[in-house]
Design a protein around this ligand. Sequence first.
Ligand code: HEM
Ligand SMILES: [Cu+2]
Length: 640
Amino acid sequence: MSEAYAAPDPKELRDHQVDGPELTTRLARTWGTKRGLIGALSTVDHKIIGRRYIVTAFLFLFLGGLAAAAMRLQLARPESRLIGPDLYNQLFTMHGTTMMFLFAVPVMEAFAVYLVPLMLGTRNIAFPRLNAFSYYVYVFGGLMIWVAFMLNIGADVGWFAYVPLSGPEFSPGKRADIWAQMITFTEVSALAVAVEIVVTVPKQRAPGMTLDRIPLFVWSVFVTSFLIIFAMPAVMLASTFLILDRLIGTHIFNPAEGGDALLWQHLFWFFGHPEVYIIFLPATGMVSAIITTFSRRKTFGYLALVLSLIATGFLSFGLWVHHMFTTGLPQLGASFFTASSMMIAIPNGIQIFCWIATLWDGRPVFRTPLLFVLGFFFIFVAGGLSGIMLASVPLDTQVHDTYFVVAHFHYVLIGGAVFPLLGAVYYWYPKIVGRLMDERIGRWHFWLAFVGFNLAFFPMHITGLMGMPRRVYTYQHEMGWDNLNLLSSVGALVFFLSFVVFLWNVITSARKGAVAGDNPWQAGTLEWATSSPPPPQNFDRIPVVTNREPLWAERETLSVAAGLSVDNRELIVSTVSEARADLRESSPEPSVWPFIAAVATGITFIGSIFTPWAAVWGSLIVGVTLIAWFWPKGAKEDEK
Ligand code: HEM
Ligand SMILES: [Cu+2]
């Protein structure tokens, strides 16, 4: 954008020329968000967008949880007639799709959008308008699939939508079309956020934040963003092929016409396996942050942790075939993927070792965030063990598509991601809201969640070994699975109850919690160097970093960089490895066009479910909104 290159006005006010409250109010005016609906829709503040993102993702968790509750209610008794097979198919599809596409990935990106600029000591994320756009796209995509479900045209082909079942022959009607377009659509949003992070992390770090001083949470979302950039296009390609097969009669997945049904599975799992790590890696970043702060000690093995993140990222792409062991692949290939599936246990093991060493060596303070991390250890290790069992072809062949698998991946997903995430909410809530969450209710929440979770999912290992297949809406009394299923359902109920307690804590603490102050946990990283909640400009002056935990090293005397404009949105662009301040660049102003562009994109995608021409006309409209979005407002200044 041209305004970025406008020559600085020598008369303009810089931040070393004003001080104290005047500096704060002037910067807040420059970076603030306008009041009213238009202001809310055009904001580009990463904190406002991040907060919305987090809340929206938790709303989708609630919807996905409702679907799970309905399933568990149905499965509580044998031969139950509560829910028929058709609705059950929709329920597990909605549950899986919502949890994976609308909750787990977005919530991690949401935390990144909120935290990364604060942790890096900068004033906004790179491409703030794209950030706004991606949030709206995410909301519209999620709404689209849930509205379809309410209208009884919900997807019913599973979150993996295997062809030919999801193809035109076996899934007539609009259900699979809606699913396919929603996937492509929401992944646009995931990709956009990944791109923002991949640029923000190397280029916008506070002066002095060299590569080995980047907080581990930032490293984790940085690596994750690359996984998103490489993995998501595979599933977008797959869903686009699917809609082409369904809508305009191509035969990409149709073997009878020279297509290939297995291609779907390869594309889907090339995305689907890294997906697990897209969810899990940011969670490890959260774990590292919490462990370091609450054991009051520098993270043990920082370099080993960073390298494990990167190694996990690479390895996760070599594993997709273990989801396809029963499709009759060549023997040698299967052996290779077995070996690499087991190999991924190595970096995971290293991470766990470093965390335990940090705790061991420190003086751990057992507050709620740390409790959730300990719960994570326990559940995740159990999930890892059943995973190693599944990585072997003979066992996988036995328990393939049974509840053993359901048990395994809930251990990994909930233990590996949801527990750290809940810890992260307790940990960063005071920064975001300005008040602490209640500790006593937090403990209740943790124990209900921990007990409920294990009660719900541990018995599924056994029902699975006893042969209960997944994705069945009922079973017969003669099979002998009654008691275990009832136990699972009761456990699920307790688990849900824990979320009610959680919600209660979140809501009441916003008004009645203890006022947090800047740094209630005495943490070491930069997000705690500003007030809680942070002002629109994040920092009055950009900190200069000489240490991995700057707030531990020089508590009161953090030095600062000076020279940024007070009345224009300027931020520091730094060099990639040494993070030397390189140049000043202006960050885009608020604009309502990303919102309008998202609406136009949404209409295009919905239209294309009904006619391929919508893609053509829609693109034209989207093009117009993009022109308005990028229209150079700074042209006037250039002329000066
Ligand atoms: C709130 C507690 C949860 C309960 C009680 C629950 C329960 C279930 C059940 C019973 C199924 C099996 C459906 C079937 O095969 O018939 C299932 C499938 C699944 N769950 Fe969950 N779940 C929960 C949370 C989650 C979370 C947090 C995630 C992801 C982050 C998740 C991801 C999935 C996936 C991907 C499937 C596979 C869906 C499919 O086969 O299409 N679940 N869940
Ligand atoms: Cu996998």
